[in-house]
Design a binder for this molecule. Structure first.
Ligand code: DI6
Ligand code: FE
Length: 402
């Protein structure tokens, strides 16, 4: 049965002013949007929907938008790093914690030790927190397993979240996230293991929608990154990159040269990288939560990206080490306060541009034929969601129409 949404403002996201339609209306049927426009222009065939409470949603003057898309998370992990957070605030250095086996490798140990059911339970809680704030699509990376079995275990949990919760999960293989202890001082051998063993297995089981690498002086080199990209390309998988987070490795140009979906973090992005991303239409995924939690002071080059026409998305980067944050509207707020995004940019960054960063073409905008992934907010203008902090303004969310 079709459903009419009316007495609301619609933000379709199809122009830089968010495609706002005041006194708008939208009709969906069979999980898809079939009509959007001014309520006064509602075609006669849909008029009867107004008569029954079963077939219409009265928005009471609220704002109807695409449901939000969190296009960069590491949502599946074991253990907690709260103890390290505490140690650091008591004056223990990051290096000392890492030397004692802490940091990312402590999460790897905990993730390897956890069963699929345990990982599922903790990740479910995190995904539900995002859903409760209006999210309908979540990207989830592996990268805390770092062995064939443990990487696939993480990806299987991610897939299961998409099967059991009302959310679409897009998976990314990030086996090249850190060097596992058994490959200490043998990074090139680990890259060979990824290219020859982990990647083909993940692809064969349909567990990876894309492939990512942490290209950094504490991660993998540009050359190692390129080997992983070449292997991904041979398997027909799109690529993306953790690029220029802590230093400029010129990773953005590399991922753009592979027609990458996105380059992510980008605090140290150069003009060369910006030009390459603009030319390839590679989306810039900015992560204000990690910037904030690490107390980074170097801002990503927002104005230069804007001028070059690089599309910008934002995401939570939800992970135990640098962004233990499960709130996408908070990231919209922080993109405005910390990165000086306009509210319009912040909305496009969690809808239309986030969809592009995931290669999704049927969500993130409200127009005929798109999936009815919708969010109704108790606000009258888009900027209100970016402005306030601490009250959940989501009235209701629809995932493929229900
Ligand atoms: N960049 C990050 O900020 C996270 N991974 C990455 O490549 C950190 C992950 C962690 O510390 O657990
Ligand atoms: Fe990340």
């Amino acid at each position: 049965m079709p459903t009419l949404f009316h007495n609301l403002t619609v933000a379709t996201m199809n122009d830089s002013n968010l495609g706002l339609i005041e006194q708008g209306a939208l009709v969906c049927e069979h999980q898809r949007i079939v009509w959007v426009g001014k309520e006064a222009d509602l075609p006669a065939q849909w008029q009867p929907l107004k008569e029954s409470p079963q077939t219409n949603v009265n928005g009471k003057g609220g704002l109807l938008t695409p449901a939000l898309i969190d296009c960069h998370t590491h949502l599946v992990w074991g253990g907690s790093r709260a103890n390290e957070f505490k140690q650091r605030l008591h004056g223990v250095s990051y290096e000392a914690i890492a030397a004692a086996g802490g940091g990312i490798l402590s999460t790897v140990r905990a993730t390897r030790a956890a069963t699929e059911a345990e990982l599922f339970a903790s990740a479910k809680e995190r995904a539900e927190a995002l859903i409760a704030q209006g999210v309908s699509s979540i990207e989830i990376k592996s990268g805390y397993g770092l062995s064939l079995d443990d990487e696939l275990k993480q990806l299987r949990v991610a897939r299961k979240l998409g099967e059991e919760l009302p959310v679409r999960v897009v998976t990314t293989l990030l086996a090249a996230h850190a060097l596992p202890p058994e490959y200490k001082d043998r990074a090139d051998d680990y890259i060979t293991y990824i290219c020859d063993t982990i990647l083909p297995a993940a692809a064969a089981e349909g567990l990876a929608d894309a492939v990512d690498v942490f290209c950094e002086n504490i991660g993998f080199t540009r050359q190692q990154t390129e080997r992983v990209f070449a292997a991904a390309q041979a398997l027909g998988l799109p690529v993306k990159l953790h690029a220029e987070q802590l230093s400029d490795q010129d990773g953005a140009s590399l991922v753009a040269s592979y027609n990458g979906l996105s380059a992510d973090h980008l605090e140290y992005l150069s003009n060369k990288g910006i030009a390459a991303m603009a030319a390839a239409d590679t989306v810039a995924v900015l992560l204000p939560g990690a910037y904030y939690f690490l107390r980074e002071t170097k801002l990503p080059p927002i104005e230069a990206m804007r001028t070059a026409g690089v599309k910008m998305a934002i995401a939570t980067d939800a992970n135990p080490g640098t962004s233990p944050i499960f709130n996408l509207p908070l990231m919209m707020h922080m993109a405005c306060t910390l990165f000086r995004f306009t509210p319009e940019e912040a909305w496009l960054a969690t809808t239309k541009h986030a969809a592009q960063a995931l290669g999704l073409t049927d969500t993130g905008e409200l127009k005929e034929g798109m999936r009815a992934d919708l969010a109704l907010w108790q606000i009258s203008a888009p900027e209100e969601l970016c402005y306030e902090l601490g009250i959940n303004r989501l009235v209701q969310r629809w995932f493929a129409g229900s």
